[in-house]
Design a protein around this ligand. Structure first.
Ligand SMILES: [Fe+2]
Length: 596
């Protein structure tokens, strides 16, 4: 039995395919269209997941859509009407776009995919999130928490699940939303909503949470885990452009200008920013204020998430928690859940945001609607398109790109040599990752031991700002040598790079390039099974240097989606200061040429 899952029209569009309840492929549309966070109907992702199995639309038994468009339409309609005339613009935009396509999703699926209406099933937004975590987890039963911006009406749900049944017993409704609270600060701090949230998270360790009392004025939380926003401070329910109100600005001052460079006294002025400005001290002071605000919203978010999880633990008595929704990507909060709420095991879907809803909707249809038993655990995140050695070689030959083909051992040895020599390497292997993190299949790698490596990678590749920490990938069996994180090796979110933990004080100088300013690291534990070549590479680096850790950042330039094809990898390599590109077993170098 084949079930196609689809999510789209709000955040990240994606498609996923199940064969007899087992996931065989999943990908976000942005990887094919090259438009970051593309939310349009994911026709390219659908074509890919079908082609990966060699099936046509006729062979699909069902298509599962990740939310209920009518319910969502109702919410937009009612909220805009309540706020009329202040929300007239929201209402007009909603009417136009929803009436054009979103409302008629089944007609659209029939037309674009070619599946008749009676084979199209609908899940609810938060049920899709819940299913994406629970049905991919190894747990037979667990508590469930979903937290995001907004689905149809729900912005957070709590409940429990057993075998093939998910029961969401409590919901928090729009406009009371933890995701939208965080996004409001994301916009205030000068970042793009739905893109800059992790920058706020990265910026917060540079600040002191001195404004938590002010942030707490915006949101009231109860011992049962629920919370309410004071809507006088917000405008996202009546404006499509500015999510905060005048009263919010009276509390926090002027928003941070979008194009301002971020640095503080603590970060210093990175060399790749160019010459230090004469008013460095004044600018650093202003940035410090914004870093303090970032620290404050991060602290309050952690409090609210921990409060919800604590209440849920009390109610369910379960030791296992499944977490999904965009807030599940807040990897700092995730570790606090494990440390502070009583839950002992945590599963977070690697694509915890709306993309994950495609997998969730398909699994919900299979297990809950059709009553089929479970037989799948998402052990890794490699569900994207793979390119065979022949495809790689054909591309290189066709473009007359010089390369060297090495056998496995020599490939690893050569890559380790280059890493030790301080080179920055594009590493392209196997199927691309599902979700926002690169996990060793479409990664840029470097030596984490060098204090200057952050600046080197930023200068050569990403031109990113100091609040963007680089991640350590570490052999799963060596994690306790480097991190103070009891039990982390058992936690699935660690292999999906969704936990931020403390680097051991004695190791902070050993791996400075992947240690954040507050001594933490957003680690990726790498088990050998399912990620053999990456594991072997890190092991080889460990043998040569005594440090079984590499610096891992996603294979893309700023503002672009992570690469999919060998051509995109090569183009990114050429347009950056990367020194070496490894495509499968083929090595491409820049030596002897002038860098592009
Ligand atoms: Fe969502």
């Amino acid at each position: 039995m084949y079930i196609l899952g689809i999510s789209c029209f709000f955040h990240d569009a994606a498609a996923a395919l199940l064969r007899d309840g087992v996931l065989v492929a999943a990908a976000e549309e942005e990887r094919f269209t090259r438009r970051k966070h593309d939310f349009e109907f994911p026709i390219h992702a659908i074509e890919y997941v079908l082609a990966s199995e060699g099936v046509t639309a006729d062979e699909l038994d069902y298509v599962a859509f990740f939310e209920k468009p009518l319910l969502k339409f109702e919410r937009i309609l009612l909220t805009s009407l309540q706020m009329f005339p202040r929300a007239a613009a929201v209402f007009r935009e909603a009417m136009v776009t929803w009436l054009l396509d979103k409302l008629w999703v089944s007609a659209l699926i029939t037309e674009r995919v070619g599946v008749p209406r009676e084979r199209i099933l609908f899940s609810e937004h938060h049920l899709s999130h819940a299913a994406s975590a629970f049905f991919c987890s190894p747990f037979e039963d667990a508590a469930i928490l979903t937290v995001d911006g907004v689905g149809e009406w729900a912005t957070a749900t709590m409940g429990s699940a057993k075998n093939t049944e998910i029961r969401l017993t409590r919901e928090i409704h729009f406009p009371h939303s933890l995701g939208l609270l965080y996004s409001t600060f994301t916009a205030f701090l000068g970042f793009e909503v739905n893109e800059g949230e992790y920058k706020v998270m990265g910026m917060s360790p540079y600040g002191n949470p001195r404004y938590v009392d002010k942030v707490r004025k915006l949101v009231r939380s109860d011992p049962d885990g629920s919370f309410r926003l004071d809507m006088d401070y917000f405008a996202f329910h009546r404006s499509t452009r500015i999510p905060y109100s005048r009263k919010f600005l009276e509390l926090f001052g002027e928003p941070r200008p979008t194009d301002d460079r971020f640095f503080t006294e603590q970060s210093g002025y990175p060399s790749y920013f160019g010459q230090r400005p004469p008013d460095f001290a004044a600018q650093a002071r202003r940035n410090q204020h914004y870093a303090d605000i970032a620290a404050s919203i991060q602290t309050v978010t952690e409090e609210l998430v921990v409060n919800m999880a604590t209440a849920l633990h009390r109610e369910t008595g379960s030791s296992r928690l499944c977490l999904a929704g965009g807030v599940g990507l807040n990897s700092v909060a995730n570790w606090k859940i494990l440390r502070q709420t009583g839950f002992e095991e945590l599963y977070v879907h690697p694509a915890a945001g709306d993309a994950g809803g495609a997998v969730g909707a398909a699994l919900y249809a299979y297990h809950t609607l059709l009553g089929k038993p479970r037989g799948f655990v998402m052990e890794h995140a490699f569900w994207g398109r793979e390119y065979t050695e022949r495809e790689v070689v054909e591309f290189l030959d066709a473009e007359s790109i010089p390369y060297e083909r090495l056998d496995d051992d020599r490939l690893l040895a050569r890559t380790v040599e280059a890493l030790i020599a301080g080179q920055v390497i594009g590493w392209f292997q196997g199927r691309f990752e599902w979700g926002p993190r690169a996990l060793g299949h479409r990664s840029i790698l470097a030596d984490p031991r060098r204090v200057d490596m952050k600046d080197i990678v930023n200068t050569k590749i990403k031109f990113r700002e100091p609040y963007r920490p680089f991640a350590p990938s570490i052999l799963a069996d060596q994690v306790h040598g480097y991190f103070d994180a009891p039990g982390v090796e058992r936690q699935y979110p660690a292999r999906f790079m969704l936990l931020v933990v403390d680097v051991k004080p004695s190791k902070r100088d050993v791996i400075p390039a992947v240690t954040h300013v507050d001594g933490t690291g957003r680690l990726q534990t790498v088990p050998r099974e399912g990620n053999e070549r990456y594991y072997d590479l890190i092991a080889e680096f460990g043998r040569a240097t005594g440090v079984p850790v590499v610096l891992n950042t996603s294979f893309n330039l700023r503002g672009e989606p992570i690469v999919n094809t060998p051509r995109e990898a090569y183009s990114t390599f050429r347009r950056s200061g990367m020194d070496m590109l490894v495509l499968g077993n083929c090595v491409v170098r820049k030596t002897g040429e002038s860098d592009a």
